[in-house]
Design a protein around this ligand. Sequence first.
Ligand SMILES: [Zn+2]
Ligand SMILES: [Zn+2]
Length: 458
Amino acid sequence: MSNYFSLQPMGWETEEIEQFHSYFYRFALLHATTMIPMAKHLAEWWQRNNEVPVELNDVFLYKANRQPLCGYGEAVANYVRVVSAATHQPDLYRTTLLPLRDAADAVAHGVLKRGRAWCPACMYWSDRRGEPHYDRLLWAIAPMERCPIHQVALEHACCHCGHHQLAYHPRAGMARCAKCSESLVQQPETWTRAPHPCFAEDNCRALVQNIADGSLSSTVPRAFSIFCDELRALANPLVAYVKNTRPEFASRTWREGQRPTLSTMLKRCHVAGVRLPDVLADPRGAAKAAGQLLIDHQALPSSPKPRRSPEMLKQVRLRLIEAISEYPQRPLVAFTEFARALGVSKGFLSYREPILCKIYKQEYKAQVRQANKQHKRQAKAELTEGRAFLRYLAGEFRSQDELVDHLHSNFEIKKRVARLLINEVLKTHARIKNLSEMTMLSKSQRCMLKRGRAAGYL
Ligand SMILES: [Zn+2]
Ligand SMILES: [Zn+2]
């Protein structure tokens, strides 16, 4: 049990989450003291209640490279452990980069900025609204140069005395200069606009967001090594293809116990086009996504199909116009044959000259229809005037099929058409024969009989 007041970190579960150092400062103020006595008090409390001692080195609160207490080092882990227990808030780690502990370089150089950094717009508006100012976790991360919400450059120094704010004013609050105690609130006209995102801003924001909402509480051990190994295995054949060399599978990643720095991780994620939290939570999945991106970015080799020259296209067009204009004086050939004669495909021709091709096909169709009619007429003439039909009745053809074959092979008509023709002629023949056997004929019947004989039906 503890008798400490409970205090909720500001910006809980959002990318605007408070950094632990800022939280601890407010925690101490709440207990009417400052950070160093607070740390001593907590350490004693811990010692009384726990067998395993924990070291709350107060030097980190005011020295230790002057970096805020919200990284992923040992000191941060200890503070978070003790304060979490004292306030009954197990999720206080979300105000730090502690989830990176297993993935990132143990030395943690260059992860956080030296001293404070704050957005003058965020500070201005909380001052206007009468809310307490607090320092965000996002602002502490080294690459962040601006507030992504207000697109304003972060401030580091007092606008009155110019003192670089390395620590907090002991009692006057976070919106006061640690040296001259003047207000750090700046009017909007003094803010420096920063409309463009700084390098790796998206990744830093995603990282803080995922830590803040609890979705990234720990990382896959050696996550970054796994990611790089997997990605190399995926990308090597592609790199070899681009450079026209053999794939190399030798890989150089971090040895057991060594880990990349945050800066390296951010750079590699930027190059690979993946989000850092995704790599840390699922390195294999992220490598697959990055590999996919690499392959999709690659331009495909140009198609080996030969390109037709403009002269060729002109020639094709001319030949089409020529053929159409000379019809029906000169008969057309089938479209397939026409294309083959030009040395191109039907599809190419239809695609390049859709209108001319349509006309050509229509005219060719008319030509075929015309020819069919002509053949049918010739076949009928052969049956009647050529006496083929009478020869058939006289037994010259052994069967009707033989007569059909005769017409089909000599007059280029279909067998079905030949059969219809023969039936038609047979019917007329029967009618004429009937007339010839009748005794009393009308004038019109006599005329019909005369014409039938003349036409070769009898
Ligand atoms: Zn801001
Ligand atoms: Zn000052």
